[in-house]
Design a protein around this ligand. Structure first.
Ligand code: GUN
Length: 278
């Protein structure tokens, strides 16, 4: 039997529609500054997507595109200007940055009140405590997708594969706040297959194309695929082998059209939230 598909594109469209209604009804005027350094094609696609979401909702976006030779000090100067610019509510610096720029230094210099990615250590700490201004975009989108299945996370075993600062770690915290029992796995986990197979909810964010197949999945489990990998033949696939996992899972997200659109929808929520913080 095939799993039920969790349609992230449709859910994100619904959320964005609600946000657009709110912006219109309440006359909210807010601005997102999007900073992109260099000409990474994937980053360009992501930035264009975020700008188009802003336009759809009625949020102003201001793109600041800098050449790849931009120095760290020049970028810090721009961040500082944006921090002090009252016409800017949210700041997003598209990652990755060119190698000569230290991403951690840049993130640490974004005002936590404008940090709509929730990457600043202050916001990461708030997520850990469970009293946050900004939701971590991808992990919050994943929670909404799980919610769509009607799953009550209380007491459920959730396994997160991946321990990145952007997804794995904040994901584990959000699941914990929902009263789940959480296991974080990573590349050095022994018996990964066996651990994954215990999961009622499996969230995969490892960055390895089609690594997780049916053998890693408990029959009926909810499987959320955060991965986005471009194969040599041009196909876009997740970290989960969809065809195989689909035979065993109860619910599964597609790639594309699963987590990606939900990450962007949460970002839009955060920009509107930022308006009230600044
Ligand atoms: N690069 C890949 N994902 C993200 C994200 O969520 N935010 C930013 N700023 N850069 C990214």
């Amino acid at each position: 039997m095939s799993a039920k598909i969790i349609d992230g594109k449709a859910l994100a469209a619904r959320i964005k529609h609600e946000l657009a209604e709110k912006v219109k009804a309440e006359g909210i005027k807010c601005t997102l500054a999007v900073v992109i350094v260099g000409d990474d094609p994937a980053s360009r696609v992501y930035v264009n997507g975020k700008k188009s979401d802003c336009a759809e909702i009625g949020i102003e976006s201001r793109e600041l595109a800098l050449p790849k030779e931009t120095t760290q000090d020049e970028l810090l100067k721009l961040i500082n200007d944006l921090n002090h610019d009252d016409s800017v509510d949210g700041i997003l610096v598209q990652l990755p940055l060119p190698k000569h720029i230290n991403e951690e230094v840049i993130i640490n210099n974004i005002s936590p009140l404008k940090d709509v990615d929730a990457f600043h250590p202050t916001n990461v700490g708030k997520i850990m405590i469970g009293n946050y201004n900004f939701l971590p975009c991808t992990p919050a989108g994943v929670l909404d997708l799980i919610d769509e299945t009607g799953t009550d996370l209380t007491g459920k075993h959730c396994v997160v594969v991946g321990r990145s600062n952007i997804v794995g770690k904040p994901q584990a915290m959000l699941l914990l706040h929902k009263n789940a029992t959480v296991t974080i796995c990573h590349s050095k986990t022994t018996n990964l297959k066996e651990v994954c197979r215990q999961a009622d909810v499996l969230v995969v964010a490892v960055g390895r194309a089609e690594m997780i197949d049916a053998e890693y999945i408990k029959p009926g489990a909810v499987v959320i695929d955060v991965g986005m990998n471009r194969l040599e033949d041009g196909r876009l696939v997740g970290d989960v082998d969809f065809a195989s996992a689909n035979e065993v899972a109860g619910y599964i997200t597609p790639v594309p059209g699963g987590v990606g659109p939900m990450t962007r929808a949460t970002l839009m929520r955060n920009v509107i939230k930022a308006k009230n913080l600044n």
